[in-house]
Design a protein around this ligand. Structure first.
Ligand SMILES: Cc1cc2nc3c(=O)[nH]c(=O)nc-3n(C[C@H](O)[C@H](O)[C@H](O)COP(=O)(O)OP(=O)(O)OC[C@H]3O[C@@H](n4cnc5c(N)ncnc54)[C@H](O)[C@@H]3O)c2cc1C
Length: 414
């Protein structure tokens, strides 16, 4: 069996793997990306955050994406019965991008890999990482199986695990840890949105809150297709019986706002069900490897943070590996793990407070407080490392504290 030598082996060619590969290739390192599937392939994670535009821009992947005319996302709308809360990314505390996209990921991910292939990045599709051996110095030998069942070996100085839900190294190295978030599950598909209203009303991403744990996402794409998906407690989703299509059809009736628009529309594929989607790991890096994107951590889809964390972590990991291969000192605990955990912690608070109902109180409170709204809007845009934002710096207590004030005001007025 022949052994191929590279500087960095990247497992998975999602946004995380592509951003890391683009940076490392530009730095002149020998990179190999191994991808289990043939692209285009479906994956969920279609609503991006403005923050990830910084990453695509830095690794020069923005221009190829701009050519695809994806639906622009310049804010987000939350509904709860008759209550409406609109966020507009141009009115946010932190400077930075005030728009991004709503993207069909099959096309989006393929656009990124096509661009990398034209630049000469080595990406092999339909090849799967099945085993990894690490040596004392952190170098490794990885066994890869192709679709014919043939195996080959790649020797690398570093591995970036961007395998998403494949969670290759967490599984192989026993790094998985149960998430401290609630057990939430999801069911979703794409529909040809034949009843889509004209203009903003039809195209703005919307989260329709059914109750504290249950909500529906509606993510319209520029090609006339819309992604729809329910999130709810695992127990609640399991209470629906029948095929996944029957379950989703029954659930769509829960939405007063959308039931008519999606009545009788054809599902483009059998709805996909993912149970207990939140994932965590014991550590984000080790000697010779680093976990990025979903292979490291996944919180919840409610604030669309997945792809942005995937690209943030991939870019940082690629920069630190480059430094390390230039024999510069890297403190992985501080420079990578602490940094990533800081952002994850902010979003984890918002996810937890969403499901306690505290954050929903802030969102739907009238009259709105424009200053608070701007600060929360920055978090929703993915700028969760900006400590000039009180709703970032004091995330642990501020959401709770403001919700408490709202409760007191309500009590007084009753
Ligand atoms: C219900 C739900 C809704 C979501 N909605 C959103 C959203 O609206 N916005 C958002 O930003 N995020 C969302 N996410 C999260 C989003 O799906 C992920 O965070 C994002 O796709 C992570 O990107 P990635 O590059 O880390 O992994 P992926 O995009 O999953 O890519 C990983 C790649 O690795 C490959 N791979 C896996 N195993 C192997 C192997 N053994 N060998 C080689 N290759 C392998 C896979 O084929 C895949 O192509 C959602 C998640 C869930 C569960």
């Amino acid at each position: 069996m022949s052994v191929e030598n590279v500087d960095v082996l990247i497992i998975g060619a999602g946004p995380s793997g592509s951003v890391a590969a683009s940076y490392l290739h530009k730095k002149g390192l020998k990179v190999k990306v191994v991808e289990k599937n043939l692209f285009p392939r479906f994956v969920i994670g279609e609503s991006l955050l403005p923050r990830c535009m910084d990453h695509f821009e830095e690794v020069e992947l923005l221009d190829c994406l701009k050519k695809r005319d994806y639906e622009v996302k310049d804010g987000a709308r939350f509904l709860r019965g008759d209550e409406v809360c609109n966020f507009d990314f141009s009115k946010k505390h932190t400077k930075g991008w005030d728009w991004t996209w709503q993207v069909p990921r099959a096309d989006f991910d393929k656009t990124l890999t096509d661009e990398l292939l034209t630049r000469g990045v080595d990406i092999t599709f339909e090849e799967e990482v099945i085993a990894v051996d690490f040596y004392e110095d952190g170098s490794s030998e990885t066994t890869i199986k192709n679709k014919l069942g043939e195996r080959n070996t790649v020797a690398a100085k570093y591995i970036i695990d961007s395998s998403g839900y494949g969670r290759v190294l967490p599984r192989l190295l026993g790094l998985e840890k149960s998430s401290e978030l609630l057990n939430q599950s999801s069911i979703f598909t794409h529909v040809k949105d034949i009843n889509r209203p004209e203009g903003w009303e039809g195209t703005r991403i919307t989260f329709d809150v059914i109750d504290l744990r249950t909500w529906l996402w509606v993510i319209p794409f520029s090609n006339g297709v819309t992604s729809i998906g329910y999130v709810g407690s695992t127990e609640f989703l399991e209470s629906f019986k029948g095929t996944s299509s029957e379950k989703l059809k029954a659930m769509l009736k829960l939405s007063n706002y959308y039931s008519e628009r999606f009545e009788g529309v054809e599902f483009q594929f059998k709805p996909v069900e993912i149970s207990n989607y939140s994932k965590s790991v014991k550590q984000l890096y080790g000697k010779g490897y680093v976990l990025t994107g979903n292979s490291a951590e996944f919180l919840d889809p409610v604030f669309s943070s997945g792809v942005t964390f995937a690209t943030e972590s991939a870019l940082l990991a690629a920069k630190l590996i480059t430094k390390s291969l230039q024999s510069k000192t890297v403190d992985w605990e501080v420079d990578y793990s602490d940094y990533m955990k800081k952002g994850v912690d902010v979003f984890a608070t918002y996810v937890k407070e969403w499901y306690t109902g505290n954050l929903q109180k802030l969102f739907f409170h009238k009259p709105e407080n424009p200053e608070i709204k701007k600060q929360i809007c920055s978090v929703l845009a993915g700028y969760v490392w900006d400590e000039t934002n009180p709703f970032v710096k004091n995330h642990h207590r501020l959401v709770k504290a403001v919700a408490h004030v709202i409760d007191m005001e309500k009590e007084k007025s009753e």
